[in-house]
Design a protein around this ligand. Structure first.
Ligand code: CA
Length: 399
């Protein structure tokens, strides 16, 4: 089937489907999104038109608007907890914002990569009400740092409990900031190089690392380096953490700009399979460098930037969001990666929502089985629409 014929066929199918949906008053948004998705691995020619289009099996809905540079989210029952970089946690309950912010914090917001970043609810939140946040601040020494703060939920607001990890180097860029509890109920935290590359290979610095701590801030006994929260190192600015169905940790990482490559390798942005104690190469190499002392990424953008931020496994596949600086080539899109059954080799890599909603910050499955995505258009680098920023929900059809 030629492309033109196939395209016409797809359009006719969609028009008919849309007419049917309109007739029954059904909200029917996903097909127009599906048309704009792209694939590096076109489906088999014998597949139906619907199966030819990645993501056609999802409905795409905007469920919240008018957020200001949201950065991370977590869920509990009917509540969505969302951080805004300016220093607010907002709560959406049953689809409605609580009238007042859940928590307000004085944070450092210089540059465009600072402020209140990650949030993670304790796995036993129902019992202990602990909420963890990661933020940038100016210390008494006048320097910029990042720290992890534990809050206690009090219903419609939260109170500060204690700082559980401090001394993470910060600056106006490369602050890392993603936090998630793993299947082992340890807290994993990404940190960036804070613009100081020499700290990244130094195991005594918390810059350019993935960290793993107990929920009370102590170091787990089975960490790879004694008495150190460092789980892996050699990272430039990782901002995505995701566990595969096989229990492995994956991380996305922002790579260097072209003028910052300086012969350091063939690639920029990375998707890495994280092994405890391993060295991921920055600032010596970037991308699949093939140097034996460094672990290469499983997936690299090569010379094309994605600017990948958040990541999650959802329905057995890896989804990561791309911020991009300019449109095109999946730079402002939701990437999907499928794997062979061992979750070691990539089967397909494609993306959707390209340039539909601008910069995409993170994607996280909710307790309802749907995928929630934050836009990041009011972070100083986007072209915000009047409704920005938004939370988008991907809902599988026929589920
Ligand atoms: Ca690397």
């Amino acid at each position: 089937m030629s492309f033109q014929i196939k395209f016409a066929f797809v359009v006719i199918v969609i028009i008919v489907a849309a007419l049917i949906a309109g007739f029954f008053g059904i909200q029917f948004l996903s097909e127009e999104k599906a048309l704009t998705s792209q694939s590096e691995h076109p489906a088999d020619e014998s597949a139906s038109a619907d199966e030819d289009i990645p993501f056609s099996r999802f409905e795409v809905e905007v469920i919240a608007e008018n957020l200001e540079a949201p950065w991370d989210l977590d869920f509990w029952e009917d509540r969505i907890f969302v951080t805004e970089r300016a220093g607010r946690i907002r709560v959406i309950e049953n689809g409605e914002f609580l009238p007042d912010p859940y928590f307000i914090l004085d944070v450092y917001t210089g540059g465009q990569e600072t402020g209140l970043l990650g949030i993670a609810l304790h796995p036993d939140f129902s019992r202990n009400r602990f909420v963890y946040i990661y933020y940038t601040y100016v210390g008494e020494d006048g320097l910029v740092w990042n720290r992890v703060l534990k809050l206690v939920d009090r219903g419609d607001y939260a109170e500060i409990s204690e700082v559980i990890l401090d001394g993470i180097p910060g600056t106006s860029i490369h602050n890392g900031g993603r936090m998630k509890f793993g299947p082992d109920e340890k807290l994993y935290i990404t940190t960036g190089d804070a613009g100081r590359e020499h700290l990244v290979q130094d195991l005594n610095s918390l810059a350019g690392k993935i960290l793993r701590i107990n929920p009370d801030g102590t170091v787990p006994e089975d960490n790879p380096f004694p008495d150190s929260p460092v789980w892996s190192y050699g990272h430039r600015n990782p901002q995505g953490l995701a566990w595969s169905p096989t229990g492995d940790l994956w991380a996305t990482e922002h790579g260097p700009d072209p003028n910052d490559m300086r012969g350091r390798g063939p690639g920029r942005d990375e998707v890495n399979l994280i092994k405890p104690g391993a060295n991921y190469g920055w600032p010596e190499v970037a991308g699949k460098a093939g140097e034996p002392e460094y672990v290469d990424p499983i997936l690299s953008s090569g010379e094309k930037p994605w600017a990948p931020s958040g990541a999650s496994f959802w329905r057995g596949e890896l989804y990561f969001t791309a911020l991009g600086f300019t449109p095109g080539e999946g730079r402002r899109a939701l990437h999907r990666v499928t794997f062979d059954s061992d979750y070691r080799s990539v089967k397909e890599h494609d993306f959707l929502l390209e340039n539909e909603f601008g910069r995409l910050r993170t994607a996280e499955p909710g307790p309802d089985g749907n995928l929630y995505i934050l836009t990041s258009n009011r972070d100083g680098r986007g072209d915000p629409a009047t409704e920005d920023d938004r939370i988008i929900r991907l809902k599988p059809k026929n589920n």
